[in-house]
Write a protein of this length. Sequence first.
Length: 504
Amino acid sequence: MATLKDYRDERLRKLTELKQLGINPYPAKAGRTHLLKQIVADFDALQGQGVTVVGRVQNIRKFGKIAFVVVADQSGELQLFLSGENLAVLDATQSRLGMEQLPLLDTGDFVEARGVVVKTKTGEISVEVHELRLLAKSLRPMPSKQEGFTNKEERMRRRYVDMNVNEDVRQRFIRRSMFWRATRDFLNERGFTEVNVPVLEHTTGGADANPFVTHMDALGQDFYLRISHELPLKRLLGAGFEKVYDIGPRFRNENYSDEHLPEHIAMEWYWAYADWQDGIQFQEDLFKHVLEQTFGALQFKLDGFEVDLSKPWERWDYAETIQKRYGIDPYNCTLEEVTKALEDNNLEIEKAENKSRGIDKLWKNIRKDVAGPVWLINTPLFISPLAKTNPERPETTQRAQVVIAGSELCNLFSELNDPLDQLNRFVEQQRMRDAGDDEAMMLDIDFVEMLEYGMPPACGLGFSERVFWIFEGVTAREGVPFPQLRSEVDETTRSLYPEVYSQN
């Protein structure tokens, strides 16, 4: 049975032969007049017309003086019909192949075909090729769609192969692009300005997360990769922006799960002179717009949950929900009572457990069974150190979280803009951090100083691409094109590149 090395050696032989003929196997220039899908869709108008198409070779069948080559571009597949009497002869200066050089072509190669749109005798829409150019020689065979490419580890490591063989995977990332484009469109049309804020920060905040640390040689200081977009965007409110947002990566040094990745794309918007109640309706409209644009629906079946976003979204009070389920009052209970509730529900108890972390775990135990859409509101102040308090209920905050299919999909706040209040909360968070809570927020004195200059009342919200993963029905690693994996070099690769790995 032929091995990868055997196939590669044969293709290297063909590459050498092409070069000996004077053909550049990797020319820079290619031409195209139509996508392959356009030729099929507009066949009646294009029949008999000259076209130029490009694509990757999927299949080659040669019968004497004629051949059929199936090629694919991003839009679809099309058959090329080649015959000795119509195909131009070799022209090495143009990387042009004649019929005699066709055996040097392999599946996986990229070609350009210039010819006429026809139907073959069997009724297949095709391009009768007059000139065939080689655009890139492939040295490894691509698995066929019939063979499949299903090994999870291989799929994740060679996603470029996965997307060639498994069309649904490539389409997923087209939808992912549509998801963020629809988000941008919705915000831009409503007067928001996109401003890209730094990824490297002296102090990082805006969320409870353990940050990545790096070092900047130019300044001789350590920096953190941002865990949130929040504090820089709120600085922009202090700078005079009234509607601002950013979409980009954030980094949280935590374990992988089906819903979390250490690196992922997120969006946060901030709206001056609006409060959380304004934001709730705005975000409902945003979600419905984005999901309808991406998936063409507002009703979904998600991992056993029936979710209908077109119906009125429920609102649940945080303390009432906890008390109803566990029989404890979040405002008046003790750490011991929280710990017992965690034990009774087989939930993890950490050495540095504190009341706020424990109650948050109890809520998440409820959340996993909620179909939604549900807004969780009136979050206790000790759970949300950056949120503004509720005047009617000062023990609660003006915060709301959407829960859909067992997951929290966004966080919304009336933003805190009292500098003295913010400083006190930062100091308390820093005490927690100094006591061993690596996810507690850092004291950001520059942010406090910005607030002392003045920031208008505002509403802010953030969500990550987990929203897309949930509605796409995939895990986090399946939901990104190139998930991080432990770096490994297999024995096959080592054997194919002895000049690289001979010393290892």
